[in-house]
Every structure is written in C-alpha cells, then in structure tokens.
Design a protein around this ligand. Sequence first.
Ligand code: CTP
Length: 413
Amino acid sequence: MSRPRVLLGVTGGIAAYKSTDVVRRLIERGCEVKCALTRSAGSFVTPLSLEVLSGHAVYEQEYLTANGRGEESHIVAAQWADAVCVAPATAHLMARLALGLADDFLTTTLLAFTGPVLLAPAMHSDMWSHAATAAHVETLSNRGVHFVGPEEGPLASGEVGVGRMSEPVDVAEAVMRLAVSGGAGVTGALAGRRVLISAGPTHEPIDPVRYLGNRSSGKMGFALAAEAARQGASTTLVAGPVALPTPAGVERIDVTTAFEMRDAVYRHAGEAELIVMTAAVADFRPSSPAGGKIKRARGVPTLELEENPDILAGLPEVAPRALLVGFAAETEPSVEEATAKLARKGADFLIWNDVSRSDIGFGAENNEVTVYSRSGEPSHLERRPKEELAVALIDLFRDALEDRERSAVGTAG
Ligand code: CTP
C-alpha cells in the first residue's frame, strides 16, 4: 500500500503551535502530509516550519483559485488526500464547516473532499459548551465527521476546563487510522481495539558478527498487522530482524533477541485485547556470546546453549484477558502435538503450518494453515496469498473476541 496521505488544516488558535508536532508524528508513522493554514493560523505558526517538516509547500489563503496550471488547487488537494484533519479546529472553523461556508482554501477543500474528516477542537471551555458550538458539533457528527478531544486540563486562559486540543500523538494516530482504513478507524470492525502482533525471527548473538537465527521472513505477521490496522485497530507490531516495510497505520517496535522481544511484547500486552505471536522465537541462545569475533585459528568452537524464555506461555499471566494466538511452524504436522501445544502455551488458538513444503510457510508468498482452538473442531484454510489469509484470520479472531464478550455479558446477566 502507498503511504497514507493526510491534509492537515491548521486554524488560528493558541494550540496551532502543536500542529508541527502532529506533522512530525504523522511522518514518523509513514504518512505523507500537506498542510493548509487559515489566515489567522499564520499568526500562531509559520508556514515555513510546516513546509520544512512536511516537505511540501503549505497551502495558504491565496490558493483558493487556479494554481497557474489550470487546476483548482482545492480540488487537486481534495482528490489527493486520503483523510483531512483540522488540528486545532476553532469554533469558527466548525461553524463554517457545519454551514457549508467556503471562503478560503481549507473550507473549499473540505467541501470538495469526500473522504474521512477528523477535527481536533481547541478553545476555551465556555466556547466549547456554547449552544451554537454544540449544535455545530452535532450537525457535523451526524454528517460523519470524526472528532478527537477536546480534553480537560489547563487552558490558555490559565483556567482548567474542557477545551484543550488532544495530544499530537493521539491526533496523529486517529487520523492515520482513518486514512488507512478509508474511515474505518472509528467505525471499522476492530475500531477502538488494541492488537499486538509479533513477527519475524530472533537473532541470538554468538559473537559480534554471528548469530543463531531461523528462516522466518515475517511476512505473515506483517500481513496480519496490516489487516488489523485496516479494520481500524490500534496495532503494535514487534518485529524481529526482517527487511519489510512497516504496514500503514501500524506502530512498529524493532527488536533483535528473544529477550528484547519478550520485553517489548510484555510491555504492550496489558492493554491489548488480541495478541498474535507469529514470531519464530529462537528457543535457545548461546550461553556466553564472545565479546570479540571468534577466530578461525583458535579451532572449531563448541557452542553451549541455554533456553530462551517462552514468550507466549507467559502471556496468560501478563495479559489474562487477551485472546492469545500462537503460530506453529512444523515439519511433521500432528493433531496430538497441536492439541498438546495449545494447552502447554495456554493459547486460545494455534495456527499450524507445514514448513516442510516449499510452496507455503517460511519466506513463501502463500500459506495454508490449520486452525486449532481450545473450544472447537480444527478448521483448515486452503492455500492462498498471505495477505488473503491474514483477512480470514483477523476476521476469525475478531469473531472469537466478540463471542467471548457476548458470553461474558451473558454470564454477568
Ligand atoms: N514462542 C514463544 N517463545 C518461544 C518460543 C515460541 O513465544 N521461546 C511462540 C511462537 O511465537 C509461536 C508459538 O510459541 O506462536 C509456538 O512456537 P513453537 O516454536 O512451535 O513452540 P515451541 O515451544 O518452541 O515448540 P517446539 O518444541 O515444537 O519447537
């Protein structure tokens, strides 16, 4: 997928200085960003800062008309963007948008734009609670406009109240989810859920240049993370050493060893509702990696190994409420082994694939798996591209999450 494209509108409020941070956060997350300033925003943040950070000329007031190439800039911008975010959004901007007024570049673009729109309001709490603002917010919400914030906290006036713009990182994440999912970030099947996925191999150092590793390419885990984000989940991907681009809308944490992977996974596990361990974690590591390169002249070394922690098996304790999924790459598939492994790991699902076949599994474009669950018959998903398999699996996990929640409600009732 190409980089998600976000048009960031900035209006004239004291929070406009935070817009530079929103740009930075979006770019860090792989988005392409263009900025549009209203006339009064220019008093709070300079177009030059936004131009340098975004790498694009900033649209200002005068871009309302043709750009010299016979194109209307607001139409070109509206067709370019996957999502439009206005941060900060003043009461005035919301009023203009609610009424369909189009008297500058940003408002004409918003009228011409058919994709998802996110507003991050910022104003004094009395302005936010004013009946006029409340009516405009309601009109805009009914029209499908999304909101993030405002938050409660200290205001520019020194008072405390509801009206602060949400933190730039939260604004960036919300708009990126909208851009990636075409609006599903708020309404998608996994909207509001947190998903944690591990992928790739781990490398266990033997000396500074050599390691123990395995053939995992990370493709299956990356495809699952891309699909979870597309369905609107807030998705974290803990990736071992692999050469794959970060899927759009996914927060990626790079690790090398099993220990690093365990720490990153456990740090994020508590808040996740679904955890999928596709990583091929090395079971053993050299007990005492050499500090310097092992020299040939010293003769054939003997490697002493010790056991790595089992990350998945520890998850029922770290994340007792999460749905846990393990992957097993096996050369000799067996139902008894699969059932025993499911129980040993305390996982809800075990996705079993046969890596002795060259057309599926490690490094291949396709995969074919059998899904074992603690509660039900195994089911087989026929050979297909890993991206398609990811859709089927994420749908399956989502159904399981929903079933579990329904039965929890049933039990409580
Ligand atoms: N796993 C893990 N930590 C490990 C080893 C494996 O979290 N140290 C996870 C994998 O990410 C995978 C699942 O456990 O989701 C099954 O991996 P597998 O290698 O099949 O499990 P092992 O316990 O190593 O079993 P075996 O003895 O068959 O290799």
